[in-house]
Design a protein around this ligand. Sequence first.
Ligand code: PEP
Ligand code: MN
Length: 349
Amino acid sequence: MLVVMKAQATPEEIQAVCDHIVQLGFRPHPLPGAQRTAIGITGNQGEVDRGNLASLSGVAEVIRVSKAYKLASRDVKEEDTVVRFATGAAIGGRDLAVIAGPCSIESREQAFAIAEQVAAAGAQFFRGGAYKPRTSPYAFQGLGLEALKIMSEIREKFGLAIVTEALDSETLDLVAEWADVVQIGARNMQNFSLLKKAGRLRKPVLLKRGMSATMEEFLMAAEYVMSEGNYEVILCERGVRTFADHARNTLDLSIVPALRHVSHLPILVDPSHGTGRRDSVLPMARAAIAAGADGVMVEVHNHPEKALSDGPQSIYPAQFAEMMQELEQIAPVVGRNLLRRVTAAAAAE
Ligand code: PEP
Ligand code: MN
């Protein structure tokens, strides 16, 4: 159920409707829009009695939301969600967002060398795994807290916002403390207790699509986070498992317009995990922007042959710079813009 407030509804009227919803035993989710505020109602198993709600002051109408996902749906919020950061960057607006960095933080030197180059090429976000979800328990598991500290130094020096993955409830608290965006990986997309806990954070969540998740399952995972009050969810397509054997995964770019149609949440594409192949990353990054994504997340390594994880899909810094130039040219064709914000620190190096 959704309560649509009148354009001229006052904050007091909005609060009174929220209080009423709480009294009914449900949870209100006020979602301010450009024209008016909508208040999503969750926690109800069946119908909410709309009679009372519709007669409250400031209410324009009460609508039933028929989709399984509510807060993630465009029915509840018509305009695109834009997630903004203290660094000045944003994900979801007209400007494209680019997240770049190594799969894993391996050392301070490695992380700083890559950060300097991606910042110089104009990335606004730095990624790097501190806690890695590896298929083998014998593979490199990440530097943990040390990596979080290295990335927070990188934010200070280069002005890049930090994106890193939380693997479980324990690492979620640490990641939320040190990073700007909490990534929830493909393997955790349906870890419902982790999603709920991420929903209680006040940090944006970058949610990667599970490798066999349908669009509805993907949006229901986002809904888990939002249902707990965290509305800053960024969706990320990263490839799904198919019978194709020419790539690690099949990057499903067709989900971009499909998501855009039904959801207001920002949509990123990860062509690195989506293909697993260095030579496919640039073409698929271009395709992602052409398909309407709000940005890309790519793995960049200065010595991919020595990388402790995902070397074969990591592009070189020079390729990253080339990708940025290409995306800058494609952006206006699809009504977007790529601001290559070269920080003073990167330029001075
Ligand atoms: C990653 O981004 O490093 C990662 C592990 O991604 P995914 O969860 O999509 O496999
Ligand atoms: Mn990786």
